[in-house]
Every structure is written in C-alpha cells, then in structure tokens.
Design a protein around this ligand. Structure first.
Ligand code: PLP
Length: 366
C-alpha cells in the first residue's frame, strides 16, 4: 500500500540544492545557504562553535532565553563574553550596541536574537547591523522567530550568520533549519582551530564536502521527509507572497495588542512599546492577582484550539503568550484567544469587555 511518508525515492543532490536556492531567495541573500539536518539549535550552536574561540571577544545581547544559551556556548568555546541584558519588556537599541563597542573596542563578534517568540519583543537589526559593520565585528543573528513574520535581510543588514527555522511563522517543519554564511564568516571558521570538523555540528564540513564541490554529491542521506516539508512550506509562501504572509503576522500582533487593551480586566501588553513588539507572537501581562499559567489553563480548557501558552520558567506567573504564528496568524485565532482569555478573567471575577475587544481586533487588522 502506498503511504505518503514511506518508501520515498531518495532526495537527489540537485533537488537538495534547489531547496537551498529557494531558501536563499526567501532571505534575498547571495551568501551560501546551508540547510542543516536538525532543529534550528543545530546551526545556532554550529555557527558559534565554528567562529568563536579563545581569541574572540563577543558582545552577547540577551533579550530573552536564547541569548542566555548563546552566552553559555560562547564561554564554552573559550570566548570572552560581554553580556548586554535588556529587560524583556523592551528591545535593545543601536545606541546601546554603540556604547558597548565604545567601552570594549576589542569586541569582534556580536550575537543577537532578532525576534523572541518566548518574550514577544523584536530588535532593530538593520540599525544594529550598521553599528556592527562600522566596527568590523562578525554579526550572528537568530532569525528563527522572525522569518516569515517580518523582513529578514542578511545581505542588506550585514549579517554574517543568519539562522532560520521553519516551525514558527513559516508554518513548516521543525526538523531542518538553515543558515546563511558570509565570506567573512567562512574565513573566520577556516582560521579557527577549534571549529568543529568531521562533526554533525560542522558547517565547514558542509563547505568542504558539499559547497566547494559544486553541490553535486550529498555528504550523507538528508532528512528527506523534512526537506520535502520545507520545500512545500517555501512554495506556499512563494504562492501566497512573502509580503502577504508578513502582513498577516503584523495584523495579528496589532490586533492582539489592541484587543487585549480593549478587553481590560487588568490585562496589559507585556512589551511596553508597539514598535518593540514582535509580529510573530504577542505577550501579555496577567493582572497582579492572577497567575498567568492558571488563566491560560482555564482559557485552553474552554477552547482547546486557541494558541495560548504561559511564559516559560519564572515567567509562568505573569506572562501570557499569544502564539499567533503560521496557521494561527488569522483574525479567527486572535478573536478566539481574546474571547477565551476574557472568559477566564471573568471567572476570576474581573470585569472584561469581550465585545469591545473583538471590535478592537477588527479596527486594528490591516
Ligand atoms: C523557537 C525559537 C528557536 C528554536 O527553538 P525551539 O525551542 O526548539 O523551538 C530558536 N530561537 C528563537 C528565537 C526561537 O523563537
């Protein structure tokens, strides 16, 4: 019996290369794009271990949980790490990056998360990129939560290592990911004695065994099902239009924010300024008398389809996440999320205006 997932023909090198090319077009990049055979943490870790070492001084910007992880990897590689932590309710500014360089002119590597699905903020990468380029540092960017939700332009912004995954706004698979690599980043890796080689983490292996040979022979059997899913998801974005997909996410964020304010009951946008709020997901602050995770549990029990989650770890008490990405970047998902939250707040005895919230959603949708 034919099964959609089984007995697939092998994925050819040409097919694999064509998927890489489509991902490169999605990022408007001329750089090499390597599709890695694992979740986005694979290129995120591989790119740091490939380029950082004992001679590196890294400015590691922390605007959410991933920044913390990058700092740990950098330290593990022997790099000197300068952490720049920014409260989760805001974004880092280019001025803060400029000040860090003024204080530590030896910085030669900057790691940054573009948008944070976990904390709901987004950082001004274009402006930060100008500062990083002026200083000649290598620029590493985690764009997993931004790609598909807002512009991600590694070439225009001077990003040397731009990592994406398909599982958020692209609505694709989680099991493969991609990184664009600049010439400067390749040179840094080639000169780094600690860069992984003959390792699953190694980007240099892909360069030497795949790219330099003209992408004719795959180094090992690719994760075929995930590659096909990635191709399908990029094809769908091409058909819908990347701008239309990003507009849906921006609308969902604006509508969720406006709707939450109109809902009342003590609910507030977690990220203070709308310009710092990520299009991929909106975080809300629960009223002080209410535990966010309990409120989310009640809302999800009432309507199991809503894309709501509580913040991770210590944030579970105060943060509500509306994960309006991918298939949930719709008016329907935003309306349902606010209605369910309204119902849960009302159960707690708080006064809410669900009708007003739904009107605000309509008003804010672009
Ligand atoms: C989702 C996400 C990742 C990927 O990590 P998972 O927790 O495995 O989904 C990486 N970086 C950022 C900023 C993300 O939002």
């Amino acid at each position: 019996m034919a099964h959609p997932f089984l007995d697939l023909a092998p994925l050819t090198a040409a097919h694999f290369a064509s998927i890489e090319d489509r991902v490169a077009r999605l990022l408007s990049t001329e750089q090499d794009v390597v599709i890695m055979q694992g979740e986005a943490l694979l290129p995120l870790e591989g790119a740091i271990r490939g380029t950082a070492g004992p001679g590196t001084t890294a400015l590691n910007v922390i605007t959410g949980p991933y920044g913390q992880t990058f700092g740990d990897w950098l330290r593990d590689c022997g790099a000197t790490v300068i952490d720049l932590a920014v409260p989760f309710h805001t974004a880092v500014t280019a001025e803060q990056i400029r000040e860090a360089f003024a204080e530590h002119p030896e910085i030669d590597f900057v790691s940054l998360v573009h948008a944070e699905a976990a904390t709901g903020n987004t950082n001004p990468v274009a402006e930060i990129g100008e500062v990083v380029r002026e200083r000649g540092a290598l620029f590493y960017l985690d764009a997993v939560a931004s790609v598909g939700a807002e512009p991600v332009l590694p070439d225009a912004w001077g990003v040397d290592l731009c990592v994406i995954g398909a599982q958020k706004a692209m609505g694709g698979p989680a099991g493969v990911s991609a990184v664009s690599v600049s010439e400067r980043a390749w040179a840094r890796m080639a000169a780094n004695p600690g860069a992984p080689r003959r390792s699953y983490l190694s980007l240099l292996d892909w360069k030497e065994r795949w790219i330099d040979g003209g992408r004719k022979v795959l180094p090992h059997a690719p994760a075929q099902l995930e590659m096909l899913a990635l191709e399908a998801c990029v094809a769908r974005i091409e058909a819908d239009g990347l701008d239309a997909v990003m507009t849906r996410h921006a609308s969902a964020a604006a509508a969720t924010r406006a709707g939450a304010v109109a809902l009342g009951g003590g609910l507030e946008p977690y990220v203070y300024e709308a310009v710092d709020a990520a299009p991929v997901a909106t975080t809300l602050r629960a009223p002080s008398a209410v535990v966010a995770s309990e409120l989310v549990a009640r809302a999800v029990a009432a309507d199991p389809g809503v894309p709501l989650a509580a913040g991770g770890g210590a944030l579970a008490k105060e943060m509500i996440r509306v994960n309006h990405y991918g298939v949930d970047a719709t008016r329907g998902a935003v309306r349902a999320s606010l209605s369910a939250l309204g119902g849960a707040l009302r159960e707690k005895g708080l006064g809410v205006d669900v009708e007003g919230a739904l009107r605000a959603v309509e008003g804010a949708w672009r």
